[in-house]
Design a binder for this molecule. Sequence first.
Ligand code: UN1
Length: 505
Amino acid sequence: MKNILESLDLEAVNPGTWLGAESIEDSNASIIESINPATGEVIGSVRSTTAAEYEKVVTTARASFAQWRNIPAPLRGNAIRLIGNALRDHREALGSLVTMEMGKIKAEGIGEVQEMIDIADFAVGQSRMMYGNTMHSERPLHRMYEQWHPLGIVGTISAFNFPVAVYSWNAFIAAICGNVNIWKPSPKAPLCGVAVQKIVNKALADEGLPPVFFLINDGSNELAQQFVNDKRIDLISFTGSCAVGKKVAANVASRMGKFLLELGGNNAIIVDEHANFDLVIPAIVFGAVGTAGQRCTSTRRILVHCSRFDDLKSALVKAYGQIRIGDPLADDTLMGPVIDEAAMAGVESSLAAVRDAGGEVLCGGERIAGAGNFITPAIAVAENDWEIVQTETFGPVLYLIPFDTLDDAIAMQNGVVQGLSSAIFTDNLQNAEYFLSQSGSDCGIANVNIGTSGAEIGGAFGGEKETGGGREAGSDSWKAYMRRQTNTINWGKDLPLAQGINFDL
Ligand code: UN1
């Protein structure tokens, strides 16, 4: 542990307020402790940001924006290239810190850093491709086009479950667009915030570039509310629960700010009568048990054709019996702890609700004695319209639900308030295409013969309905971080009006 902290330049108590590569620290400010969910031990701590420090961050960020926006976009991309290289140098250590602080297994911790590197590479290319359209003007000797300008300050509020990757989707793309970024990480993963802040800003400071990335920390969420309500923050990008996201959206909208939401999911996999179980079983287990069921894309519901229900049920229970639960840093572990006591209690109360509704818990939901928040992953037979099935439990709970026709399955798949990710497993072309059609899945992500989680950064990531409608990472998500301007230029000697209006003086 000491080696990992040392190689990331972390101390026992770390400043939590950063203006680029420089930190400020009020020794009276409260401390946020980072607890290893696998051991219950304190890894280190981070000082929260005071109101006065917050003011300094926002004022400096605004001044920095005035400089950064004037650096040509391809050069801003080059700065992100340096960051991508720095992240490559810290891949192992930062991935291990993600594991220590958040509990996902090391392969997934490193995978998260890989996602940062991938989005950095993507951002470098995108920095030369922020295209606007040109249009034909209806007036002679006129030219019309649109261009994209940065917004200003992007505020990123990230969740504990992806403590580094989701930040980078926002911060790196926002930066090539010419914005500066203020990040408020989850109080459950504050060390990841400081470690990333140091890596990213050192790469820029070494090149003499202005501070682009700022960090604030808040253990109580008081400052977060101020941040969300602050008119000077042009865009709030929030990742978290639907309940909190709704409040964020309402508050930001009331000050006419922009928001980008990546909220909860209730993701289903449809297993039809033509599905290949060699793919289905590992996909379901990775989707439901990966990150101990704490991804917004985690698989929560399996809608299985009734002819295959019994076979799938026994194959899954058998597979769950083989999941190696334990130290997430150990190479052969497949599932680590959940984040805290509340997450364990959430799994237990969901299973109690299933039993109360008349469902059957096939396995799991047992706490493992000893230190750390370890609980066995659960499978339950349930019905789609039960309140508990309609609710996202952020942990390893999977509901098995039989269906008769594909239309029934799609209706159930769509019959929840969330709309993030979805999948069908089938070797039948018609069923696959129907699922992907406008009459099929209503989610932001719809896959065939691939599970619900583990999206690549190249696509736009996000979902519909109460998932919030935002899109982050690849494709044209960069547009969310910019404002569009339509420009019409008259290069003639007359002043013809649009719509043929005659207005002779
Ligand atoms: C999240 O859980 O907030 O598709 C993000 C995935 C990851 C990102 C998840 N690439 O599962």
